[in-house]
Write a protein that binds this ligand. Structure first.
Ligand code: BG6
Length: 485
């Protein structure tokens, strides 16, 4: 921990992400004592607004997004006093001069520019910051995902940003990397002697990564309709999870050592060709249905016009390395599914030889289930003898680790950890430019094949597990989705 003196400038401070995630995260870090008295927060957006107006807006965000138990009115008040509001037009050089004079902290001071904006602004803002001389040695820039729409636009952004800030001061957020359970994947694999020796094609049959959401597109239809689930979730969050499961042990727990290993995984992803896309991917879009007993609108009803954007995807990914040859990674994500539930399932192979003839049919292979959210924990499904004198009957039962039981206290939100890592200057849990580009290099042909083949997303009822083709895809391989959620 420790506490820090710094200035944080939030571009897009009146937007959804800032109010829902950044302001509450900063409040929690302030309460934890990590912000020195002189730490300052600058809220920047286009519209005119007084400091008092912005503080009121941020106060409302805290009341909405901070749990009642963690909310302290007096502390919130002191925290809000750190905010100043500045009107800025991202295209206007003069406005950056005003920002510069407001900052006035000298070159030694840590300044974080957080771009909570659409990616088309990343390049232009960084260029302007550099022109105004705001890219001092202690300045950092934070970019929200998505980085571009495809490989070419991601490259263009990375180049424009690189002209203003060196790579080690560019923090590309993938907030999944800030989740406690995601970081715990590295503890599981590299702080236990048990798993690494069995973590390969000899023992592992396949891996499933599921990120299921119950919510629909909410107020973000404009953004979402141009993105879709592959760009919004698979290209970043699910691929990052795949990397942490599949990567080789890094030589040390350091930013580039870890990111080098993740990059190798991304580069080893087998390209999905035009011809294979029908077998290896499924895209869906939610139709009307019911979620938790209430009628739920279709994606198109929410959007108000027709659209071919997918809200659900399954991809069968393969990592072409000695460790993982022939071991599929089934990636699945969607909106308006029955539950909010994210997990990684490592499915092991069957025992090589069965000595229990009568009970043979009951022996199921081991499964390691890593629950990312909610109810964070790890379950190892093992065969056990059913107690009783009736002979050798076998059944599977889990060995359970619940983080809430093992570790008391509040689970900090991903953004809290990530924001402080930016201040500390530690980019380990952020995507390097080459990772982003490698991920696009794999994702782009899938998008192109869908478009080229006029592959309309298959409808699924809101509140269901996606189109039946999603089940067909894995069952064709003689496997099934882990269901016990
Ligand atoms: C964001 C996506 O990156 O992640 C959203 O843009 C999605 O569409 C969200 O809802 C999911 O994050 P979490 O932390 O709620 O799992």
């Amino acid at each position: 921990s420790g506490s820090f003196s710094f200035d944080l400038v939030i571009f897009g401070a009146t937007g959804d992400l800032s109010l829902r995630k950044l302001v509450p995260a900063l409040y929690h870090r302030d309460v934890a004592g990590q912000l020195n008295d002189d730490a300052r927060l600058f809220a920047v957006a286009r519209g005119a607004m007084s400091d008092a107006d912005y503080r009121e807006m941020a106060a409302a965000a805290l009341r909405e997004h901070v749990a009642a138990d963690d909310f302290d009115a007096a502390r919130a008040d002191r925290f809000l006093q750190r905010f100043r509001y500045l009107t800025l037009d991202a295209q206007k050089s003069d406005d950056y001069q005003s920002l510069k004079s407001a900052l006035d902290g000298g070159d030694e001071r840590i300044v974080v520019f957080y771009l909570a904006m659409a990616p088309r602004f990343f390049g232009p803002i960084c260029t302007q910051l550099a022109r105004a001389g705001l890219n001092s040695a202690e300045a950092r820039v934070v970019l929200e995902k998505p980085i571009g729409q495809d490989l070419a636009s991601a490259r263009a952004i990375n180049e424009a940003v690189a002209a203003a800030f060196p790579e080690n001061r560019v923090f590309r957020i993938d907030h999944y990397l800030g989740k406690e359970t995601v970081q715990n994947l590295m503890a599981l694999r590299f702080a236990n002697a048990l798993f690494e020796p069995i973590w390969h094609r000899g023992v592992v049959d396949h891996v499933q990564v599921t990120v299921a959401e119950r919510i629909g597109v909410e107020g973000r239809a404009d953004y979402y309709d141009h993105a879709g689930a592959l760009r919004d979730m698979i290209q970043n969050h699910l691929l990052q999870l795949l990397c942490l499961v599949a990567m080789e042990p890094p030589n040390e727990f350091a930013a580039d050592a870890v990111r080098d290993e993740k990059l190798k995984v991304l580069e080893a992803l087998r390209p999905i060709t035009d011809r294979e896309v029908g077998d290896k991917t499924v895209r869906g879009q939610y139709a009307r249905g019911s979620v938790e007993g209430a009628a739920a609108a279709s994606y198109l009803d929410e959007l108000g016009h027709s659209s071919n954007t997918e809200t659900f995807v399954v991809v069968k990914a393969e990592v072409e390395t000695w460790r993982w040859a022939g071991v599929p990674f089934y990636l699945r994500t969607g909106k308006r599914l029955p539950v909010r539930h994210s997990e990684i399932v490592v499915q092991f192979r069957p025992v090589p030889h069965l000595i229990f003839p009568a009970a043979a049919r009951d022996v199921v292979p081991n499964r390691l289930v890593i629950r990312l959210q909610p109810d964070e924990g790890i379950a190892l499904h093992m065969m056990s003898k059913v107690p009783g004198p009736g002979g050798m009957r076998l059944r599977t039962a889990p060995l359970n680790l619940s983080f809430a039981e093992a570790f008391r206290g509040r689970q900090p939100d991903a953004y809290e950890r990530l924001l402080m890592d930016v201040v500390r200057g530690n980019p380990m849990l952020f995507m390097r430019s080459d990772e982003v580009e490698a991920a696009w290099r794999w994702a782009e042909p899938i998008l192109a094949a869908w478009t080229g083949q006029d592959d309309a997303p298959k409808p699924y009822n809101a509140g269901s597990w996606g189109p039946s083709a999603a089940i067909g895809l894995i069952e064709r391989d003689g496997r099934n989705w882990h269901e016990d959620m």
